[in-house]
Design a protein around this ligand. Structure first.
Ligand code: SF4
Length: 456
């Protein structure tokens, strides 16, 4: 938690403005109970934020960057938007990505642009795509984090370490917090950790099973066999494959079956083996457990708003991660989430990066050849003031940081939408405004072209 700072002193307090219910985007908890202390248009304190969140809120965000650049030279906003629209309109296969750092209002415009242009829009990564595929094939029994807080008396952390990556998860959603039907908080919950490492979360566990790395599918298969009541489970084989004796899997299964409400947290990114198959196994096991008791599965979620991007893409097109509009209607891409591969297959001839910002940086995850390819084609990049560009974009816009100096809507990993509030005055426009201007400019030029053609 943040220590009292200068803003607690009387003279400072007079100059300090309070902004309540700010939402932190630095990890998947998306804590929306943060009170910001603002002095001279700077955040000087973030009450209730953990150290990771505090670093995010208090990060240096320069206010003196040139808002629009064309080929590295200062440009005015309208000129830059018109050029961006012209680049995209001329391209035969534009790629739009980098949605994790933007709000849902911007995602809607990104989808409209891809539709208008016959381009490709990609949200998420390979792990998100694997989750979506598994969800569609076997179903996903899940719940909100609020439901888990109030009802779960048994929590399983499978290959995840929220004590390190999501520091307020225990206090806000799960382990230590009291719930309506869990009045004793930690004392009323059983905590199980299954992991190949002895993590800080494992130190909190009532039962820890140390798994052989990459043996998630075998371990879940053992649990599925126990859930199905199979009497011929091969104890030797299970111990060999998972590194854990069958008796311990049985102990875990008995605890799960005895729970009133169980919740299993996993992370598609960190799972070993073939991701889709592993996630399908986990989701199938949770479905099977519901024949005995109430059981749900959840992910911990990542920073930024990737969950929102997947929501918007799914409700606008039917597909959550990677869509091609080239045929005049949305089609799911063959290699979902693979932005580098998409850039390198030679078809993409222009790109729009919706939001480059530090916590979800879409450019950092690209392979070196993909980054070189991006620098070689006309590219429009919207980036926050604290995100340096690794190459000179054709058109670059500096935009406000969402949740700090731009508002909008984001989604938590459990599908709960949260509003973002603008805490600071920013010299930079919001990404949504830039995208809206580009879309309007493109629609106007398409309209003019249609009229010209009609007159010929
Ligand atoms: S737990 Fe996550 S969302 Fe909450 S304050 Fe810390 S970094 Fe931010």
């Amino acid at each position: 938690m943040a220590e009292p700072s200068d803003s607690d002193r009387p003279a400072e307090r007079q100059r300090t403005r309070i902004s309540r219910n700010a939402t932190c985007l630095a990890c998947g908890c998306l804590c929306d109970d943060i009170t910001l202390h603002v002095a001279e248009n700077r955040i000087v304190r973030a009450e209730r934020a953990c150290p990771i969140g505090e670093r995010w809120f208090l990060a240096e965000r320069p206010t003196d960057r040139t808002p629009c650049l064309i080929h590295g030279q200062r440009a005015d906003l309208d000129e830059a938007c018109d050029l961006a629209a012209a680049i995209l309109a001329k391209a035969s296969c534009p790629l739009i990505f980098g949605l994790g750092g933007a709000v849902c209002e911007a995602h809607r415009i990104a989808v409209a642009l891809a539709d208008l242009l016959g381009g490709i829009v990609i949200a998420g990564n390979e792990a998100g795509a694997a989750l979506a595929t598994a969800e569609q094939s076997v179903g996903f029994v899940t719940a909100t984090l609020g439901e888990v807080r109030h009802r779960a008396d048994l929590v399983v952390y499978w290959g995840v370490d929220p004590a390190t990556t999501h520091p307020r998860h225990f206090e806000r959603y799960c382990l230590t917090c009291a719930g309506r039907f869990i009045p004793g908080g930690r004392a009323d919950r059983t905590c199980v950790v299954v992991d190949s490492r002895r993590t800080p979360t494992a130190a909190e566990a009532d039962l820890f099973l140390e798994l052989k790395p990459g043996s998630d599918v075998a371990a879940i298969a053992a649990l599925l066999a126990l859930a199905a009541g199979e009497s011929t489970v091969d104890a030797e084989q299970i111990a060999l494959l998972t590194g854990v004796e069958l008796s311990r899997w049985r102990e875990l299964f008995d605890r799960m079956a005895a729970a009133r409400y169980g919740a299993m947290f996993f992370d598609p990114l960190s799972l070993g083996g073939e991701k889709t198959a592993t996630i399908e196994a986990i989701l199938s096991f949770v479905v099977a457990m519901n024949r005995r008791t109430r059981f749900v599965a959840l992910t911990l979620g990542g920073p930024g708003n990737m969950a929102g991007a997947e929501q918007v893409l799914a409700w606008q097109t039917g597909y959550p991660t990677s869509i091609r509009f080239r045929d005049g209607f949305p089609r799911s891409e063959g290699q979902p989430g693979a932005i580098s591969e998409c850039l390198l297959d030679g078809q993409v001839d222009a790109a729009l990066v919706v939001a480059s910002e530090p916590v979800t940086d879409p450019l950092a995850t690209l392979s070196e050849p993909a980054r070189e390819q991006l620098a070689a084609i006309p590219t429009i990049v919207l980036h926050t003031a604290d995100a340096p560009l690794p190459f000179a974009a054709t058109v670059a816009f500096v935009v406000g940081s969402h949740g700090i100096d731009a508002g909008g809507t984001v989604f938590r990993c459990d599908g709960v939408p949260l509003p973002l509030h603008q805490a600071l005055t920013s010299p930079y426009p919001a990404a949504t405004r830039i995208l809206q201007t580009i879309l309007a400019s493109m629609a106007a030029s398409l309209h003019a072209t249609t009229n010209e053609n009609g007159l010929q």
